[in-house]
Write a protein that binds this ligand. Structure first.
Ligand code: PGA
Length: 260
């Protein structure tokens, strides 16, 4: 099973800061390889720079990938201001976040839309990083397992079984994103086991190997407990991916937890 540490920068950093952070992350992962796949998801204007700098880490054997934070669900056309999957692919971008809770919350994105994006990403040989997770109310009223299952079914209904090898799922409880609240390792493990079970019910045995990442206020001081859980295969990191020291500490923590 792959272990993946992905940094979602959201709408942060200017171009100079972006170059400095990418240089530090790629250069330092090179010096201390951990066996962890390192993914950076900077804003659109920095993707070409990220592809160029990720090559530095790849040259020294680190599996370093670049992800976009979003893509349009149509291949091309009159959609002013949007960015398409073929554009991303032609830049050398490897992956793309889909259905991040901030896209759902602020831009009204649905899992039907996510299904279209995933379809296109797979068609272009990219890796969708599908986000799922319940809100506070759903955690409190106990409907969280049903909610996440519905999200996954909505997004994955039409995915071909052979394409599960290129899928990544991130469980991000909405109540834990950017709030400083984290799911306990046991809460996260229970949900990750549920997600894995659901993926296998939808996609068959091939889906058992889909990496399931945890996201939601994951920081160096709480990561170890989470990464030690058997069904947690790494993290999708927001706030702590904006500081090289913290992001690198998380890469190290994931590598340590997942050593065979
Ligand atoms: P956070 O964000 O680590 O700042 O909570 C995680 C995410 O939204 O991907």
């Amino acid at each position: 099973m792959r272990t993946i540490l992905a940094g979602n920068w959201k709408m942060n950093k200017d171009a100079t800061e972006a170059r400095a952070l990418l240089t530090a992350v790629m250069g330092r992962s090179c010096k201390a390889p951990t066996g962890v796949e390192v993914v950076v998801a900077p804003p659109f204007p920095y993707l070409a720079m990220a592809v160029e700098l990720a090559a530095v880490a790849r040259d020294c054997g680190v599996v370093a990938k670049v992800a976009a934070q979003n893509c349009h669900h149509k291949e091309n056309g009159a959609y002013t201001g949007e960015v398409s999957v073929p554009m991303l692919r032609s830049l050398g971008v490897d992956a793309c976040l889909v259905a991040h809770s901030e896209r759902r919350q602020y831009f009204g994105e649905t899992y039907a839309l996510a299904a279209d994006k995933i379809h296109l990403l797979l068609q272009y040989g990219m890796e969708p990083i599908l986000c799922c997770g319940e809100g506070q109310e759903e955690r409190e009223n106990g409907s969280f397992n049903a909610v996440v299952e519905r999200q996954l079914r909505g997004a994955l209904a039409t995915v071909d079984r052979k394409d599960y090898a290129r899928l990544v799922v991130a469980y991000e409880p909405v109540w834990a994103i950017g709030t400083g609240l984290t799911a306990t390792p046991q809460q996260a493990q229970d949900m990750h086991a549920h997600i894995r079970g659901t993926l296998v019910r939808i996609g068959g045995e091939a889906a058992r190997e889909v990496p399931v990442l945890y996201g939601g206020s994951c920081k160096p001081d709480n990561a170890e407990g989470l990464f030690n859980m058997p069904d947690i295969n790494g993290g999708l990191i927001g706030g702590a991916s904006l500081e090289a020291d913290q992001f690198l500490a998380l890469i190290t923590a994931a590598g340590r937890a997942k050593q065979p």
